[in-house]
Write a protein that binds this ligand. Structure first.
Ligand SMILES: C[S@@+](CC[C@H](N)C(=O)[O-])C[C@H]1O[C@@H](n2cnc3c(N)ncnc32)[C@H](O)[C@@H]1O
Length: 290
């Protein structure tokens, strides 16, 4: 094991709960200054990222390979979204047991009965969200923290809510350990342990809202917290077969909100972890109407 692998292992242990409080700075070039990594070839990308971001060539090669699949399947578009994907080390957001599968197509277990969303779904939802620099973005369902980490490469104003207290705390520790290692872009992510159905009133309204758990309706509080003309991406439908909708809010005079919806998968259902709720302080049941 080389020194970088050792440091990375220690940081990941700290995040996943060993209680270590070491801090590491091994990212030579902050994301803000990093510009666009070259991605015309795997070699160019891996070399540039090793020099500028100090990352492991094995994972970098896998990240580049997955990008080719994202392009092939039209799951990512726009230079800013490609850059966000390339600068986000997915291997730091999977559990140690899944390190070898960090860049596989599908979602992976992260404990607590929930998952990290697969890279194709994350990339498509993020591309549809079309986040401009400075936009205020709310995520419901922090989970592993990967989605908000990706978003922090698009804007410096990210808010994310997780309902499971121990998972929210673990991901907060992970962000803190990554910030200490030099991923200072994650300083823009505000985290909270709460039921995301009610949004985050204190920081509303938001330019963009992304929901990463499935529900059978659009939560009215989230719609209210979306700016006029704002975009929400949300999986809506029965358990295990949601349609991922792009929702554009139009606020009418008099307070009514009209929405324009479109299915970002052209009608194909996608399974998401349920949008759960709190009952007596415990995570219990879902917010589904039926
Ligand atoms: C698919 S998972 C994680 C996705 C996450 N964005 C990622 O990439 O790891 C969805 C997450 O939504 C969380 N969740 C479910 N209901 C929620 C609620 N009412 N409020 C906040 N988070 C919720 C789950 O606990 C889970 O962590």
């Amino acid at each position: 094991m080389n020194r970088r692998e050792l440091l990375k292992g220690l940081a990941s242990l700290a995040a996943f709960g060993c209680g270590c409080e070491e801090s590491f700075a091994n990212v030579p070039m902050p994301a803000e200054k990093a510009g666009m990594p070259p991605y015309d070839s795997q070699d160019h990308f891996v070399h540039w990222m090793q020099v500028n971001r100090g990352e492991d060539p094995k994972f970098l090669a896998e990240r580049w390979d997955r990008l080719q699949a994202l392009f092939q399947h039209k799951d990512i578009w726009g230079a800013k979204n490609v850059r966000g994907y390339l600068l986000t080390p997915r291997e730091d957001f999977v559990t140690p047991a899944n390190l070898g599968r960090a860049y596989v197509w599908h979602y992976l277990d992260i404990g607590f009965g929930v998952t990290i969303t697969g890279p194709h779904t994350v990339a498509r939802m993020t591309s549809v969200l079309d986040v401009a620099p400075g936009a205020k973005v709310l995520e419901i369902g922090t989970g592993s923290g990967y989605q908000s980490a990706y978003l922090s490469n698009l804007t410096d104003s990210v808010f994310t809510i997780e309902i499971i207290p121990a998972l929210a705390a673990r991901t907060r520790r992970l962000y803190d350990s990554l910030i200490a290692r030099g991923y200072v872009e994650y300083r823009s992510i505000k985290t909270k342990n709460a039921d995301g159905y009610y949004g985050w009133e204190e920081f509303a309204p938001f330019d963009r809202i992304i929901v990463t758990c499935g529900i059978d309706h659009i939560p009215p509080p989230l719609l209210k917290q979306l700016k006029p003309g704002g975009i929400m991406v949300i999986p809506v439908g029965p358990p295990g077969a949601q349609h991922v909708l792009k929702v554009v809010a139009m606020h009418e005079p008099g307070g009514a909100i009209n929405v324009a919806r479109s299915d970002i998968y052209g009608g194909a259902p996608i399974a998401f972890v349920p949008f759960t709720k709190l009952e007596g302080g415990m995570v219990k049941g879902t917010h589904n109407n039926e």
